[in-house]
Design a protein around this ligand. Structure first.
Ligand code: GUN
Ligand code: ZN
Length: 432
């Protein structure tokens, strides 16, 4: 089945920090996106493409910009109910709010309810792919993948591994964590558009025995992910040093247990030393930059150009519930401010790259998602330039695409997402 979508069209072709910015994206003022069987068939100028597809059905959008679906490289679905919790930094925040909320996922019914709400929220914000923490309970991941499969989404998730320094009701053992993860991999990894991530929460909540088995598992299946936290908060880093005195530093704990390399994604990395950045880069690992979380729980300022300078792949993460928004637009607005506070900058095309093709590259999914190259998944979002009276007015003042895109990011959020498509199907319509 062929279908076309007509509006302004914008997608990234390369990293704007690697090539001249105007070679890093393609823009079609009156664009056409042609979709066949859930995949991109063509993207370009409407005037050029329309004669090639004379009888094609067209959805036409006014005052709208179509971009690839957003990619969230770090988020926790069991934390939906504690987003925006007052007054703490990381370790106290985990004990006060997060662990009790995650405890409720022993109940599969609760997990199914939150999984649906969580996916609704992602799609309302234009996010079509995410790398997602479950809870320690294997049924939390069953519930998540069931819900994602029913909507034919490309999603990556895993069961938390946590065998110490957490409440009893939230711990597994090295053996049970390994066996439960394996069972989930067998059931879900590669089904539909789903992928599994081996998910040790962070070094302090896993024994060396558990990390050893996690590393073994990461090497046992092709294309598995590894998803954890790294160097987020200064007290956390001190704690890791005390727990693992025999290791060179925080990253070395994961490195020692073979939890590094392509498809290993480390959330935060706010306080990395040069040697750690070097190792992340040369190993092909990725870091998820989570600005709203880093500001909200007071972790620190991530230095994007510095970390990228070591060749590290960086994606954008919301880190809900430590982060305060599901919106990648809002997250980019905070990313811009985080860099401003360090005397640095975030070009709007680079920002779009982070939320789309850069995220895909961080996840080694750039053959499948991230832009409108022919054959990629038809995951895309229709953004509304007139979402609010202020946006309408402000964007009308913009003199060129760059200014318009920047203002859209600084002011936009879920209200700017008019419609979201996954595998060519409409999965969210704002006005319905
Ligand atoms: N470090 C360990 N667990 C967590 C978590 O749930 N959220 C964040 N932001 N950091 C963590
Ligand atoms: Zn997190």
């Amino acid at each position: 089945m062929l279908h076309a979508y007509r509006a302004a069209l914008l997608h990234c072709l390369a990293d704007p920090t690697q090539v001249p910015v105007d070679e890093a994206y393609a823009y079609f003022e009156d664009g056409l996106l042609v979709v066949a069987d859930g995949k991109i068939l063509a993207a370009g100028d409407a005037s050029e493409l329309l004669p090639r597809y004379p009888n094609i059905a067209i959805n036409e959008y006014r005052d709208a910009l179509i971009t690839p679906g957003f990619i969230d490289t770090h988020i926790h679905y069991p934390q939906l109910g504690v987003i925006g919790s007052y007054g703490t930094q990381l370790l106290e925040w985990l004990e006060t709010y997060t662990f009790p909320a995650e405890g409720r996922f022993a109940d599969a019914e609760h997990a199914r309810d939150i999984a649906e709400r969580f996916l609704d929220e992602l799609l309302r914000n234009g996010t079509t792919t995410a790398l997602v923490f479950g809870s320690v309970h294997r049924q939390s991941v069953d519930a998540f993948f069931e819900a994602a499969l029913a909507r034919d989404l490309r999603m990556i998730a895993g069961k938390v591994l946590m065998d110490r320094n957490a409440p009893d009701y939230l711990t597994d053992t090295p053996e049970s964590g390994y066996a439960d993860s394996r069972a989930l991999i067998e059931r879900w990894h590669g089904k539909g558009r789903l992928h599994y991530a081996v998910t040790p929460r962070f070094a302090p909540t896993s024994s060396p025995e558990q990390l050893e088995l996690a590393g073994k598992l990461f090497g046992e299946y092709p294309d598995l992910y590894m998803h954890t936290h790294l160097s987020e908060n200064l007290k956390e880093i001190e704690w890791v040093k005390a727990l693992f005195p025999e290791r060179k530093g925080y990253l070395d704990v994961y490195d020692h247990h073979k939890l590094i390399g392509p498809r290993a994604v480390f959330a935060h990395g706010v306080h990395l030393c040069d040697e750690e950045c070097q190792r992340l880069g040369e190993s092909g690992s990725a870091v998820a930059f989570c600005p709203t979380s880093n500001l909200f729980i007071g972790s620190g300022l991530f230095d994007l150009p510095r970390v990228e300078g070591f060749g590290v792949r960086v994606g954008l993460g919301t880190d809900v519930g430590g982060g305060t928004s599901f919106s990648q637009l809002t997250t980019l607005s905070e990313a811009y401010k985080v860099l401003q506070l360090q005397g640095k900058n975030l070009d709007p095309f680079k920002a779009l790259y982070l939320a789309t093709l850069g995220g895909a590259r961080a996840l080694y999914l750039d053959e499948r998602i991230g832009n409108f190259a022919t054959g990629k998944d038809a995951d895309f979002v229709v953004l509304d330039y007139k979402a609010t009276p202020l946006m309408d007015f402000r964007l009308s003042q913009a003199r060129n695409l760059k200014e318009k895109l920047f203002a859209l990011m600084m002011l936009g959020d879920d209200r700017a997402v008019k419609e979201t498509f996954a595998a060519g199907r409409s999965v969210h319509r704002r006005d319905h």
